[in-house]
Design a protein around this ligand. Structure first.
Ligand code: GDP
Length: 373
């Protein structure tokens, strides 16, 4: 008998076909539960028993189909981005896909920035960057879902812009979408929560609806996987080293031209040309920084990759894409960030301009942007 004729059991909660292959995919259950009757998938189980939303992920094509379906609804779209990986996690085409529905941009993980940050300036920066990426938003809210900072404003904005509509929550993976939805659920904790299920419009993917008091729902969408984010490329065990937990500690380096910084074994920053100047790195604290001469850099990497220059560790090197080089020219008198998706950013302070090379695994997004701070 061919395998296609075997019909997989379905989740008694949301109806999705069950499997025990990959816990990040919708419909996952531990293998032992697959044989039981009336099994619900891990996602439904967590929501039902712990009021806890958990992440499932889909690739870009599936996600775009799903977004296209939102266009035919009348809803508020809450787009969550990760402040630490802003350009990596922003869904720049969002506008085109969700039709006329308003988009509320929620910028999460602000706890990572120094306390002395000028939040108004940051909000303006976010608005400008979003505009440059073609994203028109009804409002921008800054928060930390994990540390419960600014959450009142998130609730207030959702209530203001929702106006008796459903709320679709969209975001890339690891931006804190589940953490934020869990907070939303607990904020509406007086509700008798009978989760209902229906398909995302126009897709085969099932959505769990978290009811609101007016009969409308919050609908969690799967996290989108963007291949340009370092967090999608590193081995899973190194992800914790990349996702910062505490406020970023700025590290300032006075560099002469022809000097190089290694960020673990994940990125290399060459100051190719320019007058002596300082560079301030805002990186995840799990990444050790090593400094060397540019002429020594290749040799150092060949000798120490996977050990001193890690993550990734030696046994994972094979699974990483080869490095490619990005050449960046910083104009004089401009304060810019060299943004490396998932690793952080390096602020340039030069008045005289510089030429920089950034080496990263192929595909990882690297760009110059107006300085965030
Ligand atoms: P999802 O994949 O978007 O659902 O993201 P999760 O909610 O699973 O969070 C991904 C990672 O980001 C986890 O390690 C969270 O602890 C962390 N995280 C979530 N919210 C925040 C926040 O406000 N600040 C910080 N520093 N980390 C956060």
């Amino acid at each position: 008998m061919s395998e296609q004729q075997i019909v997989p059991p379905r989740c008694a909660g949301c109806g999705i076909p069950l499997h025990s292959v990959d816990q990040n995919q919708p419909g996952f259950v531990p293998e032992a539960s697959l044989e039981k009757e009336e099994t619900i998938c891990q996602r439904c189980f967590r929501i039902k028993h712990y009021n806890e939303a958990s992440s499932v992920t889909v690739d870009q094509d599936e996600f775009l189909r799903l977004l296209g379906g939102i266009a035919s609804t009348n809803s508020l779209v809450v787009h969550i981005v990760d402040l630490f990986d802003f350009q990596g996690s922003l869904i720049s085409g969002l506008q085109r896909f969700v039709g006329n529905n308003p988009i509320l941009l929620v910028v999460n993980k602000i706890d990572l920035l120094p306390r002395i940050t000028n939040w108004n300036r940051l909000r303006n920066w976010v608005q400008k960057q979003a505009r440059e990426e073609g994203l028109k938003t009804v409002d921008v809210v800054l928060c930390s879902a994990r540390r419960n900072i600014g959450f009142d404003r998130v609730i207030e904005a959702v209530n203001t812009y929702r106006q008796n509509k459903d709320v679709y929550v969209v975001g890339a993976t690891n931006v804190g979408k589940s953490t934020l939805i869990n907070r939303l659920i607990s904020d509406y904790s007086d509700l008798k929560r009978e989760l209902t299920v229906s398909r995302y419009p126009g897709t085969t993917l099932d959505a769990v609806h978290i009811p609101l008091d007016d009969g409308k729902s919050i609908i969690d969408t799967p996290g989108i996987v963007y291949s340009w984010r370092m967090s999608e490329i590193v081995p899973r065990k190194d992800l914790a080293a990349l996702l910062p937990d505490k406020p970023l500690k700025p590290l300032t380096y006075q560099l002469n031209e022809k000097q190089t910084l290694f960020f673990g074994g994940l990125a290399r920053f060459d100051f190719v040309e320019g007058q002596r100047q300082s560079f301030t790195a805002y990186l995840s604290s799990g990444l050790p920084v090593h400094r060397t001469k540019l002429e020594r850099a290749d040799e150092l990497y060949a000798e120490h990759r996977g050990v001193m220059l890690s993550p990734p560790s030696l046994e994972d090197l094979e699974s990483m894409p080869p490095w490619t080089r990005h050449r960046l020219r910083v104009p004089p008198n401009s304060k810019q960030d060299v943004f490396i998706s998932g690793i952080g950013w390096i602020q340039t302070n030069g008045t005289t301009g510089s030429t920089l090379d950034v080496h990263v695994p192929r595909g990882v997004k690297v760009m110059l942007r107006e300085s965030i701070l």
